[in-house]
Design a protein around this ligand. Sequence first.
Ligand SMILES: [Zn+2]
Ligand SMILES: [Zn+2]
Length: 329
Amino acid sequence: MRTGVSRWHIRPSPLPRESVSSWLIRIAAAKGTKHHSLMKELAPGLEFWTRDGDLVASPELVRALAVKTGTPLERCRRTTLGAYEGVLAESISGANQSFMVVPLGVRHRIRKAHGQAFCPHCLADDTPYLPLTWRLRLFPACTKHAAVLMDACPDCDAPYQPHRSGFRHCDGCGLDLSALSASIAAPSVLVLQAHNEAVLDGRAVAWPHLHGIHPIAFFAIQLALFRAIAAKRWGKRVREALHPSIGEIDLDYRTANPSIRSMTVSAAHGVMRGVSRLLRGWPFGLVGPCGEARAWASWIVPEEPGVQTPFALRHVLDTYLRPGSSNAR
Ligand SMILES: [Zn+2]
Ligand SMILES: [Zn+2]
């Protein structure tokens, strides 16, 4: 006999863009249950808190949540990062983790990396929860509070681990994170991110001059520009090209080996200011400053095995930003 197919009496519904881990934390709190007992009831034997649950949540867990909470299955599926497959990227999985998702570095239920960001003002809301965007590299701001997200406790530097000590407090030192004040995000980042959030929710790309392009291509262009700005060797040229319009971009990492996966969320906000600037007046916002700084196509998007450059970007680079092209004289 299958156990536990009946609905729960207490059954919070998922909130807008809420992640499955956040939903589970709220359900456990509402039922007064421990996380591991809840998981035993939903999907016995499933590794969730010892892995990156939002990334690897199994269909079995999603189905059990649908039954227990009386939530439509499709809505439940949209609480996992896999829901953004075909929108944010071709594939988003634990095995082949995209640069789009910032890793948690989970080891034995403890998180070593700072991949779960948070907005302190959202945590102070009546019902705090974690939207999936707080895991995504291209989404460094809270558009509700016009704030730059945080990814560590400012007192002890610990990663944010709401499954251990609740949404509002630091697991390392107990600091009330909801009492913190976040930096104000740049308007250009907020405009781009609000647009990107609508695309994640299923709207068409409506960015000027890139109107109607496939979401995967639009996000791939942003990621390519992000990587171009942050690149170890050639990124300096691109940052110089952006300097007159947006000033210095500070790159800051949480590991000795710089990677956009270990970049701080505050640095990612700085880089997204650059991405937003390069996307403005497409393609000339990219072509003008980069051509002037002699930042050529091969530096902006290096040829890498296995990495496909979206046609809309490749075409612009080939047309304008090759030594000898019309713009390069
Ligand atoms: Zn917020
Ligand atoms: Zn702390």
